[in-house]
Design a binder for this molecule. Structure first.
Ligand code: MN
Length: 249
């Protein structure tokens, strides 16, 4: 039996956007957590992130057993396959329904087992996963974005990326044509580790040092979610803000 981790999630419209196209869900029994940021305008963006979040548990159940061995060598690949199939569902939805043409979304998912002290993390797009360990924040995902490609090429710095025009332009997203190529990794968890899943409405407003400081000030996941969304709103809140904080052990 997977011991349910302590967790909290919160999504906020922000200060500028009329609608919230982000979506999240948590199933502590499955140890399954996801954040998705919809794109493609109204109503496509909202629908895309909802499709991602709603369809995920079924696909995970299809590819993993009820008590999955997250240490199995092929476990990250299985989660990659889940996101690939999920992307195909979003794409089919956008092709079947004219008003949903061009819809897409990001996805960052965590499959967590406290008893195995293991988490699988998979993502597509610029929603991120972070690990807070011994008060230090570590990025677990690398954005699939034009800004990240420019950073990798040495053209801009990490600091310049936040305000860069390329911000928000994704190189991979759920629902894209062709191979979506999700990234997935396994994380061996230590006592008192915390995981953060978030949309770019958080990371566009706060840098990693600010996020780390807030997480270190709020040990309770619910407090942390509130403090993170408040800080992103205080910094301008130009996008929808979604955060999911998990204290697995
Ligand atoms: Mn966003």
């Amino acid at each position: 039996m997977v011991r349910p981790p302590r967790w909290a999630g919160l999504s906020d419209r922000g200060q500028v956007r009329e609608r919230n196209e982000d979506c999240w869900s948590a199933d502590a029994d499955l140890g399954l957590f996801i954040v998705s940021d919809g794109m493609g305008g109204r109503p496509a963006g909202e629908v895309a992130s909802e499709v991602v979040v709603a369809a995920l548990p079924t696909l995970v159940a299809h590819h993993f057993s009820a008590e999955p061995d997250l240490a199995a060598p092929d476990a990250p690949q299985r989660l990659r396959t889940v996101l690939t199939e999920l992307s195909a569902e979003v794409r089919e939805g956008s092709q079947d329904t004219p008003r949903l043409a061009g819809m897409g979304a990001t996805a960052v998912a965590a499959l967590v087992s406290a008893s195995q002290a293991t988490a699988l993390i998979a993502h597509v797009g610029d929603s991120r996963a972070y690990l807070l360990r011994e008060r230090s924040l570590h990025r677990l995902t690398r954005d699939h974005s034009l800004a990240q490609a420019l950073i990798d090429a040495g053209a801009i710095t990490d600091q310049q990326a936040a305000g860069h025009p390329a911000r928000g332009q994704l190189t991979r997203h759920m629902g894209m044509a062709g191979e979506v190529s999700p990234d997935a990794r396994r994380v061996a968890l230590q006592p008192d580790d915390r995981l953060l899943l978030c949309s770019d409405g958080l990371t566009g407003m706060l840098d990693d040092a600010q996020i780390q400081a807030i997480l270190n000030r709020s040990s309770d996941p619910q407090h942390a979610c509130r403090a993170l969304t408040e800080a992103a709103n205080d910094a301008g809140g130009i996008d929808n803000i979604t955060v999911l904080v998990i204290a697995p052990a």
